[in-house]
Ligand binder design. Sequence first.
Ligand SMILES: [Fe+2]
Length: 344
Amino acid sequence: MRTRSVVTTESDSRTALTRVLVVDDLEGNRQLIRRLLPASEFFVDATGDPEEALAIAVSAPPDVILMDIRMPQRNGFDLCRQLKGSETTRLIPIILVTANRQSQDRLRAIEAGADEFIAKPLNPVELRARLRALSRVKRYTDELDNAEQVIVSLALTIEARDEYTDGHCQRLARYATAMGEALHMSDAELRALQRGGYLHDVGKIAIPDAILTKPGPLTPSEMEVMKSHPVVGERLCGQLRTLAAVRPIVRHHHERRDGSGYPDGLGGDEIPLLAEIIGLVDVFDALTSARPYRAALSLEATAQALREEVARGWRRREFVELLLDLAYRSGWCSGADATIADTT
Ligand SMILES: [Fe+2]
């Protein structure tokens, strides 16, 4: 059922073309759209099978998806909703095509997350103009995504400077999103927790190795340098709009509920909720991981240490108990030898 347009250019040159995935059960419609989109500007992939469209969107993401609403196996609204609900395909712009201009269809298209809605008969000039506009949006978001990837790579590079923090970012992202899911947080909040897990310590790029990897307690002046990392990190993320929800996490993940944390000494509910979660799982992972000066703590010893922090007024009791419950049930404990209860 799937057919590709005949493109005689080399695959490398396709990167300059706008890649369009056409999803329509009628071969005649697919051919018509191909005729409307010149091969000099568009690379058209076409399928009549909604399941295949999903597979293509993941394996070879197009710049824009042009999708018919009425299809026998599955309607376009459902398919659009699924693509927009998936982390890997949600940024691909989607145009829904319908046989009429009924406002009910328009409303359903918006609810399904479609970026545009056009009615048949297709106006070739309008179709090409909309595809161009949406592909520009897609390339812009791709660039932002790439910029974010650079910052994530930077964060992982910082992690690699210290052999004792290997895998720390991945674990934090996993623990924090599990807590967010248990707290029924929104998809946007879960994404922020995931990114926050990776980026919370990105400001450590400014901390010299002699301090960052020092095998033992820091002096007061070294501690002051170390405490600058949330502010530096926030500044690094500051230029990217896609990281707006992550900035408060980066800045405030070392605050404590009694106001004794840093950099701003926020107390209680002044601390952004997502930063509080990342701050908690950060401490949990530090306790359950080996350090140059001590072995990893057991879950029991970790639970005791975190409950002491609750008693001191540093942490929210419900969050600590939720985290411990998840940790016991999921077997979270990174340390290879998690038996020695040594908090020094
Ligand atoms: Fe930190």
